[in-house]
Design a binder for this molecule. Structure first.
Ligand code: SF4
Ligand code: SF4
Length: 337
């Protein structure tokens, strides 16, 4: 088993939320009650600022030089709706990022895969929160199950370094049977699965959250019988562990465990945060996350901590960006970053 501890060499990743549009409305099954965290939207709504490819690449270059970042993760609400995606990927590779990955709902993906591959995209992740056409539609509001499944299968054939499928675990009728079909399909196609527990946010309905929440730990008896852990990644700043399981049939499944934020190893700001007892996430748990208005968000619950980089990036003020982000990381993560 490989154990990787990520504290001293943090941060390594830059997460770019390139737009704030999505063609889906992810909701609790059959309710229309939304649970989508709206990454990049709720925190920037109303300011009308939208970064372009050159802005993102300028920022990526500055941060890479300062922190020796290795990986860019492209997300959004839905990144395939961002014009300039291929240029962003190709530009990131030219800057020397070892890995460029993208997470998409997959609906518009199939026709774009060749272009993305040629641009240099390494890893593709799509989301499938149910492995059944009707339930999928009742969650996303869109009849896209077949398209997304086919896009993932095509990505495998095209030879991307990794193809992953995210699933936020939600409760619905025959969820166990659905999961087993999902696992079998993923094993047959060489797709890696990422299982997520739904992290609450203030916009959710508390009753719906209670009724629909499922933890991946409810699979523990199954895992004990059919799987073993082959890798543990500890993200100490975020208070998060990622376990990589391998099932006997070869399927690889990633799961996240978030510990509470009241230890001395997590980010400095978490140690005195009033949300800490309720916090299921972690500080910058997916790297330095920058939204479409060039605002850096450290976590879901603390908008007051956000850092605005719009003016510095737009005026191509390299020193200004480096200084601001340095102070921000010292305040949130701690000295010595
Ligand atoms: S696909 Fe993603 S961004 Fe779009 S509504 Fe669903 S969770 Fe939100
Ligand atoms: S809400 Fe944010 S600042 Fe507070 S404990 Fe969680 S990650 Fe840390």
């Amino acid at each position: 088993m490989r154990i990787v501890r990520n504290k001293l060499d943090w941060p390594k990743h830059l997460r770019l939320l390139v737009n704030n549009e999505c063609n889906y409305h992810c909701s609790f099954p059959g309710t229309g009650c939304e649970w989508c965290h709206k990454d990049g939207v709720n925190k920037t709504a109303g300011n009308g600022k939208r970064a372009n490819v050159e802005d993102f690449l300028f920022l990526a270059k500055v941060l890479k030089e300062k922190y020796f970042l290795e990986k860019i993760k492209i997300g959004a609400m839905e990144p395939t709706l961002f014009s300039g995606l291929n240029e962003l990927i190709a530009g990131s590779k030219e800057l020397g990022f070892k890995e460029v990955s993208m997470t998409s709902n997959g609906y518009f993906l199939e026709d774009k895969l060749d272009g993305l591959k040629n641009a240099g995209l390494d890893t593709v992740t799509v989301s499938m929160h149910a492995f059944n056409q009707e339930v999928y539609r009742s969650i996303t509001g869109v009849d896209g199950f077949k398209r997304v499944k086919e896009a993932a299968e095509k990505a495998i054939k095209l030879g991307f370094k990794k193809v992953k499928v995210n699933r936020v675990l939600l409760n619905f009728e025959n969820v166990w049977g659905d999961l087993m079909s999902f696992f079998n399909w993923a094993a047959m196609n060489g797709v890696r699965i990422k299982l997520y527990k739904l992290i609450w946010s203030p916009i959710m309905d508390e009753k719906q959250y209670f009724e629909n929440y499922v933890s991946w730990e409810s699979l523990m008896l199954y895992f004990r019988k059919y799987a073993s852990v082959i890798e543990i990644n500890e993200y100490l700043v975020a208070g998060r562990e990622r376990l990589l399981w391998r099932l006997k049939n070869g399927l690889e499944v990633e799961t996240d465990t978030f510990s509470h934020k009241l230890t001395t190893e997590v980010g400095k700001v978490c140690q005195k945060c009033k949300e800490a007892p309720f916090c299921l996430e972690g500080l910058m748990s997916y790297g330095i996350e920058v939204g479409p208005s060039l605002s850096v968000g450290p976590c879901l619950l603390r908008n007051d901590l956000r850092l605005e980089l719009w003016d510095e990036v737009r005026s191509r003020d390299k020193k200004g960006v480096a200084q601001k982000i340095g102070l921000f990381l010292a305040k949130t993560v701690g000295e010595g970053v």
